[in-house]
Design a protein around this ligand. Structure first.
Ligand SMILES: [Zn+2]
Length: 239
């Protein structure tokens, strides 16, 4: 398993790594496997990081990152038509696109906050999924209640003004469920039970990247609140 440095520090934009393998996938698209990575692979409603993998005599632009089973594939765009094959354990420098990482972390954290605030105001509504891609971000709740836009916006503004902090920690699942709430879904046994918590809101299992303080989000705008067939959908943006 690649050492996932992005889980430990959202603000680590550069790091060293070693190339373990350069391969091509079933569609002939080249990718690189590293021993450790600062690149977030797309998943959990959050886009992947972009950036560069820089070696002694080559530089790969990373345009897509995916986790396939235990391996994190860094898909690379080639400036030359040949895919150089660096020797195993070749040392490289990795650089992620800082602006993209931070924008994604702001959106993703905003999604968590919106989920927390809606569930606090309307305990009958349960967040089901969050799609935090900039420009198309929305969160869906199971339930028929309809929150008022004004009160919701005010609560979000207040939480950001208080600059609530996010905390990342790990906890045994049983201990978590006896302290907080029963999870409505299963988590594979081999997955780390990593939790993110904003202020004193209930923590949520998550493997994404988050900003550490809510002021970094700046402002959350609610663009649409719609309820249909027992699903409430709230579209949002971060500015
Ligand atoms: Zn998260």
């Amino acid at each position: 398993m690649t050492n996932q440095l992005y889980l430990k520090d959202t603000y680590l934009f550069e790091s060293g790594a070693k190339i373990l393998e350069c391969k091509k996938d079933e569609k002939d698209v080249p990718y690189v496997l590293l021993d450790q990575t600062i690149f977030y692979p797309q998943g959990g409603g959050q886009p992947c990081d972009h950036g560069k993998i820089i070696g002694n005599n080559f530089e790969y632009a990373v345009s897509n990152v995916r986790q396939i089973e235990e391996k994190i594939r860094h898909y690379v765009e080639l400036s030359q038509d040949s895919f150089q094959n660096p020797p195993g354990n070749c040392a490289v420098k990795c650089v992620v696109d800082k602006d993209r990482r931070l924008l994604n972390a702001r959106y993703h954290t905003a999604g968590h906050l919106l989920g927390n605030v809606v569930e606090e105001l309307h305990p009958a509504l349960k967040a089901q999924k969050c799609h935090a891609f900039p420009g198309e971000a929305h969160i869906e709740f199971l339930g028929i209640e309809m929150p008022g836009e004004q009160l919701l916006s005010e609560k979000l503004r207040n939480a950001i003004a208080k600059n609530l902090q996010t905390k990342i920690f790990e906890m045994n699942r049983r201990e978590f469920e006896s302290t907080w709430y029963k999870l409505p879904y299963e988590i594979p046994e081999n997955k780390k039970f990593r939790l993110v918590q904003i202020g004193n809101y209930p923590p949520i299992p998550c493997g994404g990247t988050h900003v550490t303080s809510l002021k970094e989000i700046s402002k959350i705008t609610l663009s649409k609140i719609k309820s249909k067939n027992g699903i409430l959908k709230i579209s949002f943006g971060v500015t």
